[in-house]
Write a protein that binds this ligand. Structure first.
Ligand code: HEM
Length: 457
């Protein structure tokens, strides 16, 4: 087997954060131990591709994930050049719930820092910069930042935003109900997610368009509707590189200075007055702008789409037969806003009987774990009162989502207000989805909203 030269970035003196990237060439799949698979051995031709972002434009590839879960729960994936983005070294796809949780919890073995957390390798020169973000750190450094920023996310502060969030839901839904037939993404959910986040952060109303543009650039870069910026040689520029983020960082510093002068009850005021270094504050602003916007922006229409596709469950919700909070979690299970996250093996190890080598990329698929038959009985049935519901849509382990409480609050309020505003919803045309192997985005959701008096069909 050919060996590739290690090509890790600067290590900043941290042994653990030196990617080895050795021994990268592997067959598409190797035989799977019969103890794990019930005796079935997968052949190379049977290993489905779950990397190509275009696959996700028609929804989660359930058949492919089922095959992987049953026959190759840790399967090698090639990373060919796609949509102008250069080829990568390949990665292990982890698809069973138990293995996904194991990887997410074991940050000593599966590092967020070595190669950061996106499937595509960052430019090694950008790695030290990218590692300033809490998301791309390992304990103990990660714990220090997490403790500092958690102070801004107290349940009390989040709950104080409920009234504002509810008012916004009412306003946006009133316009949509008047129209009768609308694209809920354009009319409601895009603005809902963005404006709620900017309120929580304390971003003035006049600057909200800027945040929208910045997050689009970072998240939708695989989608043909959002062509990437090109470098002088016509190659796409990584939207997470320092050059692309300079404008956002300048803004974060200006906003922090403004909050120091006039503190308010918002997250940026707490961060501006904290012990965060300037560079840490900029990175955290970036992390929140992306993590807090596009996830809710995907979750809201994704959940509404699931309701439109399951009129029986929709009826139960409208009649008040299920708890809205429980329903929100089931909608997050069936439509996980985040499809996957990447780790890098810090040591030689083994997962589901498969040897993993130090430096290998390991990608967990939340989109598969949430449908694992070993954990969720009848996983393709939408059951709004499902319990227990140990979905992994918010991740697990040290990086478990910091904004989960705020996200759940926004989704619960949206469903409560939709029930007040109309009698139910049905699809008025096919939805359009984001081309991405990272975010399970919905770009348009045409629906007909029934009169409030009309019971769900
Ligand atoms: C339905 C909506 C959301 C989903 C599905 C979601 C999902 C996730 C996931 C899967 C992770 C773990 C990343 C990893 O394992 O490396 C994460 C982390 C994070 N999320 Fe969320 N998120 C949502 C909403 C939010 C919101 C509204 C905010 C903030 C306002 C937020 C802030 C964060 C932050 C700061 C982290 C990093 C935590 C760390 O590194 O310790 N998220 N989120």
């Amino acid at each position: 087997m050919a060996e590739r030269r290690p090509r890790g970035g600067p290590d900043e003196g941290r042994e653990l954060c030196v990617p080895s990237y050795g021994n990268r060439l592997r067959p598409a799949i190797m035989e799977t131990s019969s103890a794990l698979t019930g005796g079935t051995v997968a052949e190379p031709s049977e290993v489905p591709d779950v990397f190509d972002p275009r696959i996700y434009a028609t929804g989660i590839p359930h058949d492919r994930f089922r095959l992987l879960r049953d026959h190759a729960p840790v399967a090698w994936q090639e990373e060919p050049e796609i949509l102008g983005w250069p080829a990568g070294s390949g990665f292990w796809a982890v698809t069973r719930h138990a293995d996904v949780v194991r990887v997410l919890k074991d940050s000593g073995t599966y590092s967020s820092c070595l190669g950061a957390t996106q499937i595509r390798d960052p430019d090694p020169a950008d790695l030290p910069f990218i590692r300033r973000m809490m998301l791309n750190q390992d304990p103990p450094a990660h714990g220090r930042l997490r403790r500092l920023v958690s102070r801004a996310f107290t349940p009390g502060r989040i709950e104080r935003f409920e009234a504002t969030v509810r008012k916004r839901a009412r306003q946006l839904l009133a316009g949509a109900v008047d129209a009768g037939e609308v694209d809920l993404v354009r009319a409601v959910t895009d603005d809902y997610a963005l404006l709620n986040l900017t309120d929580l952060l304390g971003v003035p109303a006049s600057d909200r368009g800027l945040l929208h543009a910045w997050t689009e650039r970072v998240i939708a870069y695989q989608d043909p509707d959002e062509p990437p910026a090109l470098d002088e040689r016509g190659r796409p520029v990584n939207p997470r590189s320092p050059a692309m983020l300079a404008e956002m960082f300048g803004y974060a510093q200006e906003l922090a200075a403004h909050k120091r002068a006039r503190p308010a009850d918002d997250v940026m005021s707490v961060l501006a007055g904290s012990a965060l270094a300037d560079a840490e504050l900029e990175m955290f602003f970036f992390l929140l702008t992306v993590a807090g916007n596009d996830t809710v922006r995907a979750a809201a229409p994704g959940g509404l789409l699931a309701l439109a596709e399951h009129p029986g469950e929709q009826r139960r919700l409208w009649r008040g037969e299920v708890d809205t909070g429980t329903a929100v979690d089931e909608l997050l299970r069936v439509h996980p806003p985040v499809l996957s996250f990447r780790r890098t093996a810090a040591t030689d190890t083994e997962l589901a009987g498969r040897p993993i080598r130090r430096g290998d990329k390991v990608v967990v698929f939340h989109a598969s774990a949430n449908y694992d038959e070993r954990v969720f009985p009848d996983p393709h049935r939408l059951d709004l009162s499902r319990g227990p519901n140990p979905h992994v849509s918010f991740g697990d382990g040290p990086h478990v989502c910091l904004g989960a409480h705020f996200a759940r609050l926004q989704l619960r309020v949206l469903h409560e207000e939709l029930r007040r505003a109309c009698g139910g919803l049905e699809l008025a045309g096919p939805p359009r989805r984001l081309v991405s192997n990272f975010i399970n985005g919905v770009k348009s959701l045409p629906v007909r909203l029934r009169e409030p008096s009309a019971p769900p069909a």
